[in-house]
Design a protein around this ligand. Structure first.
Ligand SMILES: [Zn+2]
Length: 412
């Protein structure tokens, strides 16, 4: 007995011929051609299905604050000062309300798994963390929300911060992040985060750097510590904009070292395009690291949203298919196969980055299925295919009507 059958679906990365997906008790129970069973069914007419988009890097707690800020320069320094000032007025209820609005947008854009970075420090205290814990519970029906706690304003320079991070880890944080460039002792910062990760058995996700000077890199220290602690496969670096400023050969060498070390990379195209290269008034560098090239060298990579409607990124609809398209365009990804592979950077690769062993449309996995209005990975990325319908553990979580054109009667 099945609870639901999704008929005539093309599974991204699977065979070309459409299949039927049988769902029972919230899990994928069968994937077959012409599945013979008596259950309610939805006909997908050959459309592409994915296991939902996987967002590895978003800041729900500081989303949607443009009405409290005034962007004049669009620089990183301004983004920091404006957001830090706005943060002083955050309450738990306010954080929850803004984050819930942003999370709802992500859900209707087809995101089923998400890691949100949550700021912890002696000023915001655990307000953001507590709001995110409520959000995680309230929206568990639609999205698996992972909370990655981190000290955005530094750690060793901020007395009391580490104690609060420990408190959050004891209260059930899912991952821990760091922001070494905001610290007066960046290497010490990295070492302390590794120690906490080890103590609480957590994956690590650093905000690594935010500039275009490749003459020095903190990446070496992260790889060294990853090796030292045997944390390969559990460490990610995001915001790695320096890697956009090295040539192809250097990137290949770094890519091979990252792959060997088991350090993953998250690229955040919208933020990088907005903030990087502000010291240029023409021929502005893009500042977007070549994730698909790194992936080609064996690095686990993801494309992520990062910020939504705040001074770091005054844009955003939480659409990861838009991010894949934006990235493919900006990174000059060419060739059908390469463009199509950008879909992996917002689905299977980020799932691997987050060590989500049960992600993907396969028998036995949770029935997380998102239907895109297209028939191939290539057109999903190239044409920004709309997510039409989504399921989380077999239950329909959102639907959006397929666009209909209304011809005048006489031309029908
Ligand atoms: Zn970030």
């Amino acid at each position: 007995m099945l609870d639901l059958i999704l008929r005539d679906a093309r599974i991204a990365g699977g065979e070309q011929r459409p299949v039927d997906i049988g769902i029972r008790d919230g899990r994928v129970a069968a994937i077959e051609h012409g599945l013979a069973a008596d259950a309610p069914e939805r006909r997908l007419e050959g459309r592409l299905v994915v296991g939902g988009f996987v967002e590895t890097h978003i800041h729900l707690d500081k989303s949607c604050i443009l009405d409290r800020c005034n962007i004049r320069e669009g620089t990183l320094a301004e983004a920091f000062s404006q957001t830090t000032a706005a943060k002083r007025g955050f309450t738990e209820e306010d954080i929850f309300a803004r984050a819930a609005g942003t999370l709802t947008k992500a859900i209707v854009q087809g995101t089923t798994r998400m890691r949100t970075h949550v700021e912890i420090d002696p000023r915001i205290h655990l307000k953001g963390f507590n709001a995110m814990r409520r959000l995680k519970a309230d929206y568990a029906w639609a999205v698996d929300l992972e909370l990655c706690v981190f000290p955005q304003e530094g750690l060793l320079n901020d007395p009391g911060c580490e104690e609060l991070l420990v408190e959050a880890c004891e209260a059930g944080a899912d991952a821990i992040g760091g922001c070494p460039y905001a610290d007066t002792d960046p290497d010490g910062h990295v070492a302390h985060i590794f120690a906490l990760a080890k103590r609480f058995d957590l994956d690590i996700d650093f905000h690594l750097d935010f500039d275009l000077d490749p003459s020095w890199m903190r990446l070496d220290e992260v790889m060294r510590q990853t090796d030292r602690h045997g944390w390969g496969g559990r460490v990610t670096v995001g915001h790695a904009t320096k890697l956009s400023a090295v040539d192809t050969q250097a990137l290949a060498a770094i890519g091979r070292r990252l792959a060997d070390a088991g350090v993953a990379v998250t690229v955040i195209p919208a933020t990088d395009l907005f903030l990087m290269g502000r010291d240029h008034d023409h021929n502005v560098p893009r500042g977007v690291t070549q994730a698909h090239r790194l992936a080609g060298h064996g690095v686990t990579c993801s494309l992520a949203t990062n910020n939504v409607l705040n001074p770091f990124t005054p844009f955003g609809d939480c659409s990861l298919i838009r991010m894949a398209n934006l990235y493919a365009n900006v990174a000059q990804v060419g060739g059908s196969a390469e463009i199509a592979s950008c879909l992996d950077l917002v689905t299977t690769s980020p799932a691997k980055l987050m060590n989500l062993a049960d992600y993907g449309i396969a028998v036995g996995n949770p029935a997380d299925v998102v239907v895109l209005d297209c028939q191939s990975s290539l057109s999903a990325v190239a044409e920004l295919a709309s997510p039409l319908l989504g399921f989380k553990r077999g239950r329909e979580t959102f639907s959006r009507p397929h666009a209909v054109i209304n011809w005048p009667n006489e031309q029908r």
